[in-house]
Design a protein around this ligand. Structure first.
Ligand code: ZN
Ligand code: ZN
Length: 238
């Protein structure tokens, strides 16, 4: 059976080869990205374990800001800086609804999680969109990434357990001093959630700007009794 699966995969790769979304060359490892473009992605080599901000390779594993603050999540992970092709791919995915870019970003995130040997969570929580924005966009970019993650590595996706209580501005559009107030108490639990109780929960988002948004989501999950909350994003704004 394994042999047949391999043959089917080889035939479909031959008939429908992966094409690099950046330069149209042939994709590698089942990704719509060629070897050259893959290696030139804006990888984060070393980051703060707490908030995922890139740090010089030889520095400590906690940044200066995190050594002075308490966050509601334990660890954040993002494989990329929000820059270059990753920024372009997020834009095409979110604002032009090109879902093949989202699929590529999700697969890159899965690969990075596997390479880092991160612990697979019990529950995966995509950052919810407000219903008005969901209606306008037609999909929640974080949920689509969470679907790929859940299928590839496991974890039950929680949808509708955490809701946006009110509309917020996109964090990236705001000056740093307004970002905390923008998302403060913006999320609510839809009902008491035994789903989170004593569980390891991972919050998924496409881009982490300052961490204020995921911190607000983490606050609610903690209130529902989670044992541990982590954050996985595709890219980190620096
Ligand atoms: Zn390429
Ligand atoms: Zn930090």
């Amino acid at each position: 059976m394994q042999k047949i699966n391999k043959i089917v995969k080889n035939v479909s790769t031959f008939l429908y080869p992966n094409i690099c979304l950046h330069c149209n060359d042939v994709g590698q490892d089942g990704l719509d990205l060629c070897r050259r473009c893959y290696s030139s992605l804006p990888w984060i080599m070393h980051a703060c374990k707490h908030c995922a901000i890139p740090l010089p390779v030889s520095s400590a594993s906690i940044c200066g800001a995190c050594s002075k603050r308490d966050l509601y999540f334990d660890q954040a992970f993002a494989p990329f800086v929000f820059d270059q092709f990753i920024r372009e791919a997020v834009y095409q995915y979110k604002f032009n609804s090109k879902l093949n870019y989202g699929k590529l970003l999700a697969h890159l995130l899965v690969q990075s999680i596997q390479n880092q040997n991160l612990t697979i969570p019990d529950v995966i929580v995509p950052v919810p969109l407000h219903r008005k924005r969901l209606r306008k966009r037609g999909f929640n970019q974080a949920l689509e990434i969470a679907r790929v993650l859940s299928k590839q590595i496991g974890g039950v996706i929680s949808v509708q357990d955490i809701l946006r209580a009110r509309e917020t501005h996109a964090q990236m559009e705001l000056a740093a001093k307004h970002r905390h107030a923008n998302v403060k108490d913006a999320f609510t639990l839809s009902a008491p959630k035994p789903l989170f109780k004593s569980r390891h929960v991972v919050i998924i988002d496409d881009v982490m700007t300052t961490g204020n948004t995921v911190n607000e989501v983490a606050k609610r999950i903690n209130m529902a009794g989670a044992e541990r909350v982590d954050v996985w994003c595709v890219a980190r704004v620096v």
